[in-house]
Design a binder for this molecule. Structure first.
Ligand code: ADP
Ligand code: ZN
Ligand code: ZN
Length: 677
């Protein structure tokens, strides 16, 4: 029988692609991009055809045959492959891992799917219904100006749409999308954590009935396949989804929208560590599409791109529906006279009074703290013992209902001890604060108010989340206590008050973006109040009320804060003025990981000096801020350079060296890292 060769990519951290024997019959039914099952070691792997080479250096005897074709239709074309290869280069990630993210494994054989997965949710089916679209409102002058700028026939640079929360950015996206659809093109809209914000999806599907597909990681395999097919066959012309939707298999792409472009959830934190905003810009360039990045609080990367002329910017200054701007107050929590009760360092008379007023007026309030559980940890007040995770270098978070100590890193759980395990004392006290405690205290103060909690512990499933959000929307809830789940994208006109319990909590994180993030988070949370006719009040309780990030969020005077922060970044040579890669080392044995990390970085530095072409700085190696997770000791080093290409050259050198050394230490590299813990 006549045979040819097939080159395939498999979802393994291999730098190489693999070669297989392909029979004439298989060859006739596949093309570039077809999914195949191939034998590998003692099992099989899901692979994609990359090409049909003439020769191979694998000996005839070792060459295995690929016999199982999973689907006749190719899942990507040559252009897409070029793009995936570019991403693999940029992020120093094996092509196979890029493909496993970009082209998700789909359950082609529906008969083999578990019964549980067969029924798509009513919500997703609702996307397919044709119907009467909600009317687009006439755009305001500001919105119209933004749209016209975006559609400039000559200037096609990415547009940063900087508009305060509630200024009508989403309406601008929808108007731009409507125009692309009229011109026969398609659109992708990325939103952070779509599962948290079903409201956004509903707005799109009501404006464009039957034309919207949704992609995110919470879909069942069947749901994903269905959405995928609707995109592929062109019946869905708008894809709304979380970060991986940036890879949606659209043709004729006209527009890519990245909503809340500053959100760190756009960065994938494992295997293929891409940033969906950056990938969106690259994909739009490749497909000749335009990009719109929206945010009330743009990332400093994007602001810098405006400064250098890579991006354009339009601002929306006014809230569309709100008659007046929200009143924002900072409460200095160092002042003991401001305490509602002397034993509660976190609750001010100001916030309690404002809550009371809101309840009296029949309005709704949100109280925000970005900390889960009842308290940060449990301590023995006789001997000082506290309870840490068995596997990680962190204290266990104390939960009261049900009583439990939990590790937020590895999910280890145990019952809290009744007596101290060291000194047998029964004087165990919770220290620190979490949303559970806030809810409990507010229930005591406002016994007749209807409370709800919105955080990962209270709301575990999509169903529970949708339920809680629905109750808020129907005004069956008076006070919502929550974590950052509250901060994102919700648009509830009944909310008159937002209280932030510890506005400076996120400033203490060891990350050069701490101030930027704090400012962004506070602005986003504050934006939940006063969205319609009801005037909004925001109360920021802080121990450092003069911190620039807090003042900027309270006053909305962002330019000064941004300028100072950017100057500091430049002085200390941090992004957006430099490029970084974070190299992580982990191993069970602490001295092994330490020695290896030091050796690897020394060699890298020596090699980069010898090469003389790449200009590289190595910060560290040093123990990671959380030195042990899941029983693995962690060290890390930061690579810094002026140019991306130097960072990539360094990481590639390291990867090649490691492939030769085959160390027992696990090493990973994160290009453009967003998380340093
Ligand atoms: P953002 O995305 O900036 O937070 P939205 O687009 O959600 O703002 O707009 C906030 C609210 O104002 C929404 O309820 C929206 O329907 C409404 N809205 C936006 N633009 C207009 C407009 N031109 N006319 C009337 N209502 C509008
Ligand atoms: Zn003790
Ligand atoms: Zn743990």
């Amino acid at each position: 029988m006549n045979e040819t060769l097939g080159e395939v990519s498999v979802p393994l951290p291999l730098e190489r692609t693999l070669h297989y024997r392909v029979s004439e019959e298989v060859r006739a039914s596949v093309a570039l991009g077809s999914p195949l099952e191939v034998p590998f070691r003692n099992g099989t792997l899901h692979a994609y055809v990359l090409g049909f080479p003439e020769t191979t250096d694998i000996p005839e005897s070792k060459l295995k045959s690929a016999t199982t074709v999973l689907a006749a239709e190719p899942l990507f074309d040559a252009d897409a492959l070029t793009f995936y290869r570019w991403l693999a280069e940029y992020y120093c990630t094996p092509l196979g891992e890029v493909l496993s993210t970009a082209v998700p494994k789909l359950p082609w054989d529906e008969s083999k799917m578990p019964a549980r997965a067969r029924k798509p949710s009513a919500f997703l089916l609702g996307l397919e219904k044709e119907g009467v679209p909600t009317q687009a409102p006439p755009l305001s002058d500001e919105q119209q100006n933004a749209l016209a700028t975006f559609q400039d026939p000559i200037d096609r640079r990415p547009l940063l749409l900087q508009g305060v929360t509630g200024s009508g950015k989403t309406e601008v996206y929808m108007a731009a999308i409507a125009a692309e659809l009229d011109a026969g093109r398609t659109a992708i809209v990325l939103v952070p954590e779509i599962a948290l914000t079903p409201q956004v999806l509903r707005r799109f599907s009501e404006r464009f009935p039957g034309k919207v597909a949704c992609l995110h990681s919470g879909l069942t395999p069947k749901e994903r396949l269905r959405q995928w097919r609707r995109i592929r066959d062109g019946s869905a012309r708008i894809v709304v989804g979380a970060r991986s939707a940036v890879f949606a298999p659209v043709t004729q792409l006209g527009l890519l929208v990245v909503d809340e472009e500053h959100e760190s959830s756009y960065k994938q934190e494992d295997s293929f560590r891409y940033h969906a905003r950056d990938v969106a810009i690259a994909r739009a360039r490749q497909m000749g599409a335009r990009v719109m990045l929206g945010s009330a609080t743009p990332s400093f990367e994007s602001l810098r791109n405006v400064e250098t002329g890579k991006f354009r910017r339009v601002q929306l200054h006014k809230r569309v529906r709100a008659a007046v701007a929200s009143v924002v107050r900072i409460v200095d929590m160092r002042d003991r006279n401001r305490r509602y009760r002397q034993d509660l360092a976190w609750l001010s008379v100001d916030l309690v009074d404002a809550l009371q007023k809101t309840l009296n007026d029949g309005h709704q309030a949100m109280v925000f703290l970005n900390r889960l559980g009842y308290a940060q940890y449990l301590v023995c007040t006789d001997c000082g013992e506290n309870w840490k995770c068995k596997h990680c270098d962190v204290t266990l978070t104390y939960y009261r209902r049900p009583a439990e100590l939990r590790c937020h890193y590895c999910n280890y759980r145990r019952r809290p001890p009744d007596l101290c395990e060291k000194c047998s004392s029964d004087k165990l006290e919770p220290v620190g604060l979490g949303t559970e405690q806030i809810e409990e205290t507010l229930r005591e103060i406002f016994p007749t108010a209807r409370l709800a909690r919105l955080d990962r512990a209270a709301v575990k499933t999509r169903r529970e989340l949708e339920d809680t959000l629905m109750r808020i929307e129907r005004r069956e809830v008076d006070i919502v206590v929550g974590t950052q789940m509250l901060a994102k994208g919700h648009d509830y006109p009944g909310v008159a008050l937002v209280g932030v319990v510890l506005a400076d909590a996120s400033l203490a994180v060891p990350d050069f973006r701490a101030a930027e993030r704090t400012y962004q988070l506070l602005t986003q949370v504050s934006g939940r109040a006063g969205r319609a006719e009801i005037p909004g009040t925001v109360i920021l309780q802080a121990m450092q009320p003069e911190a620039p990030a807090i003042v900027a969020a309270a006053t909305g005077r962002f330019e000064g804060f941004c300028k100072t922060e950017l100057e500091a970044r430049q002085a200390f040579r941090y992004p957006p003025f430099t490029k970084l890669a974070l190299v992580r080392f982990s191993h069970r044995n602490e001295s092994t990981v330490q020695q290896f990390a030091r050796d690897a970085m020394l060699r890298l530095l020596r090699a980069s000096r010898e090469a003389g072409v790449i200009r590289l700085e190595v910060l560290g190696p040093s123990p990671a801020p959380i030195g042990r997770v899941e029983a693995m000791h962690r060290w890390q080093a930061l690579l810094r350079a002026e140019k991306s290409s130097d960072i990539q050259a360094a990481v590639r050198w390291l990867q090649t060296w490691i492939e030769k050394e085959k160390p027992s230490v696990k090493v990973s590299a994160d290009i453009d890292p967003m998380n340093f813990l």
